[in-house]
Design a binder for this molecule. Structure first.
Ligand SMILES: Cc1cc2nc3c(=O)[nH]c(=O)nc-3n(C[C@H](O)[C@H](O)[C@H](O)COP(=O)(O)O)c2cc1C
Length: 199
């Protein structure tokens, strides 16, 4: 088991271009269950997954995100990815979900101290499982950045977000737009993430 698990972890890469091929119900279920089996602080299990397959809803969220980003300004302190989102949105060229067949948003209780940590565990489990079964995925942070925007909240409440929840991360999921449909799996060199042994 350990080689298989490590291989799925080591070769997971972000997929940013997807084919239109639908994800089967069985594969989607497996990815979601991997997420649901993540650990949580105090075994709270309060991560709420919004699994969006409707093109119409994905489009609505993407268009609203583009509108909200286009109203923001870039300053020297703006986080680099956020600056790209703002600049692309101002040109009307921003579609953060990249037409992936599935967009999953991970939400949690707004006042819970482990909300981001628990969502991250769930998202990582899902990305590893996706790779293991031949699906591509990529973390998408845009809705977290907009998670207190009233218009975005209203839209999300309309699709199942609870009043006391906020989105803390998300991922796109689908088959990679590659000749064999498999995601790029060459690991990036590890230059950071240092380890200090203390013995
Ligand atoms: C917290 C977090 C936020 C991220 N946000 C985005 C994002 O908004 N859009 C995106 O395309 N990739 C995003 N990524 C993916 C990273 O860019 C990617 O993991 C990193 O460049 C390493 O590449 P790899 O995943 O292929 O190994 C995010 C990853 C993490 C962990």
């Amino acid at each position: 088991m350990r080689e298989t698990v490590f291989e799925a972890i080591r070769t997971r890469r972000s997929t940013r271009s997807y084919s239109a091929r639908e994800v089967s119900g069985e594969d989607l279920e497996m990815v979601l269950e991997a997420g649901r089996y993540a650990p949580s602080g105090g075994n709270n299990q309060t991560t709420h997954l919004l699994v969006i397959t409707s093109s119409e809803v994905k489009e609505k969220i993407a268009k609203l995100a583009e509108k909200l980003f286009s109203g923001m300004e870039v300053t020297p302190d703006t986080y680099r990815s956020m600056a790209s989102a703002i600049l692309a949105s101002k040109k009307g060229e921003y579609n953060f979900h990249r037409n992936a067949p599935v967009l999953i948003l991970a939400a949690n209780k707004r006042t819970y101290s482990n909300n981001i940590a628990d969502c991250s565990c769930v998202l990582e489990n899902m990305m590893i499982m996706a790779n293991a079964i031949g699906l591509g995925s990529c973390w998408v942070n845009q809705i977290k950045w907009l998670n207190e925007e009233p218009e975005m909240l209203e839209l999300l409440y309309g699709i199942g977000l609870e009043e006391d929840e906020r989105v803390y991360g998300g991922l796109t999921l689908g088959y990679a737009d590659t000749p064999d449909g498999l995601p790029e799996r060459t690991p990036l060199e590890r230059k950071g993430n240092p380890v200090t042994f203390v013995s």
